[in-house]
Design a protein around this ligand. Structure first.
Ligand SMILES: NC(=O)c1ccc[n+]([C@@H]2O[C@H](COP(=O)([O-])OP(=O)(O)OC[C@H]3O[C@@H](n4cnc5c(N)ncnc54)[C@H](O)[C@@H]3O)[C@@H](O)[C@H]2O)c1
Length: 503
C-alpha cells in the first residue's frame, strides 16, 4: 500500500514536470510558468484528493485482498481498471472542488499513463523477485505457498501424468501413488528425474497411503474409477476408490500434517439442467460416478481446519493430447473416428458440455496449488473456461472444419447429461483463462495420428471401461483392505452415501 501511495504521488509530480516541458516545447510559456510557479499550490490540492481516493478505490478493487493472487494479463487488467476508475474520480473531484484549477490534459494524460505503468510494473517486479529469491528449505517444505513436496494420487493417468511433468518443471518434488491400472507408460517421460518418485500402491490400502503421505505438504487426489460407464461396470471398486478411499486419504493426510488437499471432482455433479451452473448451484448427479464425487466433496469440505486446507476442483470434460490420451471422452473419440473412419455419430447434439484442454486443466490445477491459501481453502472451483461451453453439435462442426470429408450422423438416445457451467470464480479469483481452443486440441490430435504417435485409438488402454472389462475389477491387495473400506463407506454424520446405498 505504501509503495502504491508513493507511485501515485510520484506519478503526479512527474506528470506535472512532463506538462511543463510539453507546454514550453509548444511555446505556451504562460501555462508552463503557471504550473511551475503554482507547483506547491497545485500539489497540495492534489495531495488531499489523491491520498484518500486512490487507496480506497484500490482497496475496493481487491488490490490488497483477492486480486493479489491473480496472475498474467487478468491481473494487469484489474490494475488498469483500478487506476482508471480512481483517476476518473480524482479528476471529477478536482473539477467539482477547484473548478478553474482542474487538471489540464497535459497533466492528466501522462499521470494516468505513469500511474498505470508504475503500479503494474511494481507488481510484475515483485512477482519476479519473489520467484527468484524464494527460500526453499532443505526438507522440501516451502515457507510460504507451494513448492513443498507434492503427492499426486492417481498421477499415472491422463491428467496426472501431465500434472507430474508440469510440477517437476516448476521445481516441485513430486511423489506419485498409483496402482498403475492402465500401466506406467504415461510416466516414462519423468522417470529418472531426481525430484520424481513413484510408489506403486493402492489408495484403498492403508499402509500404502500412510507411506505415501510421509513428508508431504500438498496432496492432489486424482485416483478414481473414472467415468460413468467404468463405474457402472462394477460398483464395489468404484465406491471404494472414489469415495471410501478418499475419506481415508483425507484422515491420514490430516494426521500427517498435510496442509493442502486438492480433490478432482467433476462438472458432471450438476447432472441434467438447462441453466448455467456455478459453484453455488444445486448438485444433482445422475450417475454413480457423479454421486461418489458429491459425497467425497462433502466429506472433504467439512474436514477443513486451521491447519488443513481442502479445495474441490470440479473439472470440465477434458480433450487433447497427453501421455495417456483417453479415447472414451467425447472430443477425443469423435476426432479419432473422423480421422480413421470419416464418419462420426453425434448423440443428442443440442446438449451442452464444458470442455477444457488437458494442459489448460493442468495449469489451472497448478495455479490452485500455488494460490495463497486464504483464496482456496475450503472452496469449490469449477475448473474450465466459460468460453469453452459447447453443444455436441458444435463439437461435430469443429471436427468437420479440421476433417472436411467427415459425415455426421445425428442420433438421440437416453443420455440426459446436459450442463453449461460458469467458470468466473476461477477466472476472477486466480486469473485463469484457457489457452487452447477446441479446434487447436483437435488439430493436435490429428497431428499425433499423422505422425504415428497413436496407432490404434480403439486399443483398450485408451478406454477405461473397455480396459476394466477385459482386465477385470481392480481387486483389493488384502481382505483387510475390504474391511477398512467398509468402515469408511458410511458418511461421517451417519447419513446414507452412494457407497452405502449402491452396494
Ligand atoms: N478426464 C476428464 O475429463 C475428467 C473430468 C472430470 C473429472 N475428472 C477427474 O480427474 C481425475 C483424473 O482423471 P483422468 O482422466 O486422468 O483419469 P484416468 O483414468 O486416466 O486416471 C486415473 C488414475 O488413477 C489410478 N487409480 C485408479 N484406482 C486407483 C487406486 N485404487 N489406487 C491408486 N491409483 C488408482 C489409475 O491407475 C490411473 O492412473 C479423476 O478423479 C476424474 O474423476 C476427469
Amino acid at each position: 500500500m505504501i509503495a502504491d501511495f508513493l507511485i501515485v504521488h510520484l506519478s503526479i509530480v512527474a506528470a506535472m514536470a512532463i506538462s511543463v516541458v510539453y507546454q514550453s516545447g509548444s511555446g505556451n510559456w504562460k501555462a508552463a510558468q503557471g504550473i511551475t510557479s503554482g507547483f506547491l499550490t497545485y500539489y497540495t490540492a492534489f495531495f488531499w484528493l489523491l491520498s484518500p481516493i486512490f487507496p480506497v478505490v484500490f482497496l475496493l478493487n481487491g488490490f490488497y485482498t483477492h486480486s493479489r493472487g491473480y496472475t498474467g494479463p487478468y491481473k494487469t487488467w484489474i490494475v488498469l481498471r483500478g487506476v482508471l476508475l480512481a483517476a476518473i474520480l480524482f479528476f471529477a473531484a478536482n473539477f467539482l472542488l477547484f473548478g478553474r484549477e482542474r487538471v489540464g490534459r497535459s497533466v492528466a494524460v501522462p499521470f494516468v499513463i505513469l500511474a498505470s505503468v508504475g503500479l503494474t510494473a511494481a507488481r510484475l517486479l515483485k512477482d519476479v523477485f519473489v520467484r527468484r529469491y524464494e527460500v526453499k528449505p532443505r526438507n522440501g517444505f516451502a515457507l510460504q505457498n507451494g513448492h513443498g513436496k507434492v503427492l499426486i494420487v492417481g498421477g499415472a493417468g491422463y491428467i496426472g501424468s501431465l500434472l507430474v511433468e508440469r510440477l517437476l518443471d516448476k521445481g516441485y518434488k513430486v511423489r506419485v501413488l498409483d496402482s498403475l491400472l492402465y500401466g506406467d507408460e504415461p510416466l516414462q517421460p519423468v522417470r529418472g528425474n531426481p525430484d520424481f518418485e513413484l510408489m506403486v500402491g493402492d489408495c484403498r490400502n492403508i499402509q500404502d497411503v500412510v507411506k505415501a503421505v510421509q513428508g508431504i505438504e500438498s496432496v492432489v487426489h486424482l485416483a478414481a474409477i473414472v467415468g460413468d460407464p467404468a463405474c457402472e461396470l462394477d460398483h464395489q471398486p468404484a465406491l471404494e476408490t472414489n469415495y471410501a478411499a478418499t475419506r481415508m486419504l483425507i484422515e491420514i493426510a490430516k494426521g500427517h500434517g498435510v496442509r493442502r488437499f486438492l480433490f478432482a471432482s467433476s462438472c458432471s455433479v450438476y447432472g441434467a439442467t438447462d441453466l448455467e451452473m456455478d459453484e453455488n448451484s444445486a448438485v444433482r448427479p445422475i450417475s454413480l460416478y457423479g454421486e461418489t464425487k458429491v459425497d467425497s466433496e462433502e466429506v472433504l469440505l467439512t474436514s477443513r481446519t486451521d491447519a488443513f486446507h481442502p479445495t474441490v476442483l470440479r473439472y470440465a470434460t477434458v480433450f487433447g493430447l497427453g501421455y495417456r490420451p483417453r479415447f472414451d471422452l467425447v472430443v477425443n473419440l469423435l476426432t479419432a473416428k473422423a480421422r480413421q473412419e470419416s464418419v462420426i455419430t453425434i448423440f443428442n447434439g443440442e446438449q451442452w458440455r464444458p470442455f477444457i484442454h488437458v494442459r489448460d486443466l493442468v495449469e489451472a490445477t497448478a495455479m490452485v496449488l500455488e494460490a495463497p491459501i486464504a483464496f482456496v481453502s475450503g472452496e469449490i472451483f469449477n475448473v474450465g473456461d466459460s468460453r469453452m461451453n459447447h453443444t455436441l453439435s458444435d463439437v461435430g462442426e469443429t471436427i468437420r472444419r479440421v476433417f472436411p470429408d467427415t459425415a455426421i450422423e445425428n442420433v438421440d438416445n437416453s443420455d440426459r447429461r446436459n450442463y453449461r457451467v460458469n467458470f468466473d470464480k476461477l477466472r476472477h479469483r486466480l486469473g485463469f483463462r484457457a489457452r487452447h481452443s477446441l479446434e487447436q486440441g483437435i488439430r493436435e490430435l490429428k497431428k499425433a495420428f499423422d505422425d504415428g504417435l497413436i496407432l490404434d485409438y480403439t486399443d483398450p488402454r485408451y478406454h477405461n471401461q473397455r480396459f476394466l472389462k477385459i482386465a477385470g475389477s481392480p481387486a483389493h491387495k488384502t481382505d483387510f483392505d475390504g474391511l477398512v473400506m467398509a468402515a469408511f463407506s458410511a458418511h461421517p454424520n451417519g447419513r446414507a452415501t452412494a457407497a452405502t446405498t449402491h452396494r
